[in-house]
Design a protein around this ligand. Sequence first.
Ligand code: FE
Ligand code: CA
Length: 502
Amino acid sequence: MGAASLAALAACGGGDDRGLGPTTTTHTARLRGDPFGLGVASGDPTADSVILWARLAPTPLADDGRGGMPDDPVDVIWEVATDDRFTEVVARGVETALPEHAHSLHVDAGGLDPATDLHYRFRVGEWTSPVGRTRTLPDPGASPGRFGLAVANCQWLETGTYAAYRHMLDEDVDLVVHLGDYIYEYPGGKVLPTHQVATLADYRLRYASYRSDPHLRAAHARFPFVSTWDDHEVQNNHAGDTLEGGGTPEESAELRTAAYRAWWENLPVRLDPPDGASLRVHRHLDVGTLARLYLLDERQHAEEPPCRDEGTVGDVGPPCAAVDAVDRTYLGAEQEEWFGRALAESGATWDLVGNPVVVSGIDSGVDEPVQYMESWDGYPRARARFIEQVAGARNPVVLTGDYHQGMVLDLHERPFDVESEVVAPELMAPPISSLLFSDPVAARTPHLRQQVDAHGYLALSVEEERVTARFRVVDDVLDERTGISTAATWVVEPGERRARPA
Ligand code: FE
Ligand code: CA
């Protein structure tokens, strides 16, 4: 250790003269190198706090998923400042990174001013992290006038680059909403491990491998994220305690215990660590009085989708007779009740529903119906209740992912019955990098308003008078230097249940 870093250590040890709290570290460790190669992230902001994330990993791609860390707790100093030189530090403290959490940190940095741009960093021993930027939410009693969201999902790194994230850095975004498929569990080539992800070590390594991408790291360092998950954070098309290819509930629980833990460790979420195969992910954020944003979990609490025993491949095919025969829950009773209550209590101008899997219904068949039975299409009775809840909101807008297309759809009171009332616009964000499902669906999906067959993200500008949605699409997902353009712009106005092209 050189004299300069010794001086830095001395400067950050002990108490302070600005009333910010001590930064004394007791758990120290000799690290093999810079432990901040996975970058920094922030998430789940409130008006006065934000979660600050880092995961110590001097060897991020170590096979055992432990990032080259010793099996000991390590104290990390964190700081939040109004400037990127940290001359005006407004919050700081020490948090202990634990080996059982893969040395991840989820610091709840509080006492912050609302609607404020902030900088943060971490220090451990002689190492200082990259500087991240974040932003608190507006004051609960005030409307910010405008709030910028980017909606991202489906970022299979084997099939494309993160050029979309590179371009997102130029957007006027206050918060990134991630609707899931943050990783894919399939065998890797470009990413590690090379086999299908199955154990806690595998999942940890897969997240580290994805986070080795500089554009994804840059997006996390630039914007706070609020994240839910979809299926690939565990395994394709899993539902509740069932797996697509069979497998016992015990096997499902073992897989989900590993997957949930690694997801929690690697994302900047304001959630307690999972309890085995259980983690409450659904939650909402209030953007002042302008908007309430809901994050739903449409995998963990779902009952087994119908038709699996009738030979539908990948849960895709003509709906079987069983689809409407019984009531299968999709959200689970607790989440369903919570959602209804949170909507009823919302006083916001807009209710933005972060709904990972398409709800309006999609039929990609030619001669006969073809639907995904593990989407809302396989759960018609639960969907009817969900639609009734959404219909009761003042100005609902449904934000969707999963389908690997951009779409604008009308959510009807009775899906596929275009004579029934439209209750909300559904805006489907294009995938960041996953393979496109380019099949035209318009012929059998009459409530489809537009299909955008491209990679990118949805940029939302939320104002009192309107929500403007721009489908930002990259020219060539295989080229990280590719350009970006706006493929479509749609507007929703208060009191309108349908979007209109701008
Ligand atoms: Fe996906
Ligand atoms: Ca999915």
